[in-house]
Design a protein around this ligand. Structure first.
Ligand code: SAM
Length: 436
């Protein structure tokens, strides 16, 4: 028996379930309201597969299809019933559950449900690929261990906080205003992913302006004590500052003030730039007088200009003003006349994921719900000329609604409406699973 890892009743049968061949094949749906084209899964179409996702994933695994990005928003196992069942059903054929509490049983069932699907999706993911899973506190701890096991702890990129409910839910003890997004690579060294975006740059950080544009001041001195004349001798050299114009030169000039880098304590420090870089970019440097602990002294600062190409590393807390809120998500589906879908994600959350992953990615979402991932991809391709394609999978469970008989009818309707608005979008084909 493995001496480290997550164990539960049902784990081994979830592995067998993932390994077993599919019992179905994909059929192009005749009743599609969305534009259809004939043929096999192709390079230039989006796909919506209606049916049970484990079976659909296995059918994809047997095909040529491989994907670059997986985003999923699975049931969180909260025990609440939405339009779909949010908790996994225990597999009653499994050995003895009787000494487990109902909570333990529901964790077992949820883990088994997720494990078989994640195992198959791991097989579907390209080496450059990444997988993003939304989750909340109910299953975060289990899911992280499960994904460490399937994708490898060394491929864990981040556990992001997504603060999608700024007001906080008033029901519990604390007003919970966040959930999580687990991010794993298929293989970290091969992963094609960005960690910085232009959108993360705050123009307000560049408070100053001159004829070269907006800029902020950064000290040229390296403030990290580990970098000093002993550890970085080539970065320790004097600069020369004109006392009136404050111009900076790497070479001595008559009457200019010699300035060497020092820490606040007076100990010698080093510059961040080499002497060659100062010679080349000296026009973006400026002498300044600072009032330090030991009195006034000359220092040198860099005018760091903003530009359209500038990117900034994203932080691990994603706020609703950056990626949208659950209220915004509800408004988005309501505007399409689909108000009855209760737990959509905001398209801006997906937009950010899409901005970090390749613009020609094949994106798989096998808990598609209302189809947010599909809408975000159509819009993002339109705005940045990307050639992303989506494969969405959504079950066709019946729902109690006048307009829609099945939950997947909502997905279908949303995608139809969004693609009608974007005539240039690739056609969307709709597939169902039919038994062999
Ligand atoms: C939390 S919702 C996803 C919401 C989605 N991110 C959105 O923005 O609309 C999870 C969805 O997964 C679907 N689902 C659950 N189990 C499934 C299964 N075994 N196969 C296919 N779909 C499933 C549910 O019907 C539900 O619509």
């Amino acid at each position: 028996m493995k001496r480290f890892g997550l164990q539960w009743i049902g784990k081994s049968s979830s592995t067998k379930l993932a390994e077993r061949s599919p019992q179905s094949s994909l059929q192009l749906s005749a009743s599609s309201r969305v534009q259809d084209t004939k043929g096999e899964l192709a390079d230039n179409t989006h796909e919506l597969i209606i049916g049970e996702n484990l079976e659909a994933l296995k059918v994809l695994r047997e095909s040529e299809v491989r994907v670059d990005v997986i985003y999923i928003d699975p049931p969180y196992n909260t025990g609440k019933d939405f339009l779909y069942s949010d908790h996994a059903q225990p597999d009653l054929s499994e050995a003895d559950y009787s000494d487990l509490t109902s909570k333990e049983r529901s964790h077992c069932a949820w883990l088994s449900m997720m494990r078989s699907r994640l195992l198959v999706s791991h097989d579907l993911l390209e080496d450059r690929g990444s997988v993003w899973v939304s989750i909340d506190d109910h299953e975060l701890a289990h899911l992280l261990l499960l994904m460490n096991e399937i994708f490898g702890e060394e491929n864990h990129i981040a556990t992001l906080i997504t603060s999608l409910n700024p007001k906080g839910r008033q029901l519990g003890r604390f007003a919970v205003n966040h959930e999580y997004l687990l991010v794993f690579a298929k293989s970290l060294p091969h992963c094609d992913m960005k960690y910085a975006t232009q959108e993360a740059v705050n123009p307000k950080d560049f408070r100053h302006q001159d004829d070269q544009g907006r800029f902020r001041y950064l000290p040229l001195r390296n403030s990290n004590k580990r970098f000093n004349p002993s550890t970085r001798p080539t970065l320790y050299y004097p600069l020369y500052v004109h006392p009136d114009t404050r111009e900076v030169s790497a070479d001595p000039q008559p009457e200019w003030i010699e300035v060497s880098p020092v820490f606040g304590s007076g100990e010698p420090a080093v510059w961040r730039w080499s002497k060659q870089k100062v010679s080349a970019l000296g026009h973006t440097l400026e002498g300044s007088v600072i009032n330090g602990r030991l009195g006034a002294r000359w220092d040198v600062r860099q005018k760091d200009y903003n530009s359209e190409e500038r990117t900034k590393k994203l932080k691990t807390v994603w706020r609703s003003d950056e990626v949208g809120s659950t209220d915004e998500a509800a408004r988005e589906v309501k505007e399409l006349g689909l108000a009855l879908f209760e737990t959509p994600k905001p398209t801006r959350l997906l937009k950010r994921i899409l901005a970090l992953t390749p613009p020609n990615a094949v994106v798989l979402d096998f808990f598609a719900g209302s189809g947010t991932t599909g809408e975000a991809i159509i819009n993002q391709n339109l705005s940045d000329g990307g050639e992303r394609r989506f494969i969405l999978i959504q079950s066709s469970n019946p729902i109690d609604d006048e307009r829609f008989a099945h939950i997947s009818d909502i997905t279908r309707e949303r995608l139809a409406l969004v693609s009608q608005r974007s005539p240039k979008a690739a056609p969307i084909r709709i597939w169902t699973l039919s038994p062999h």
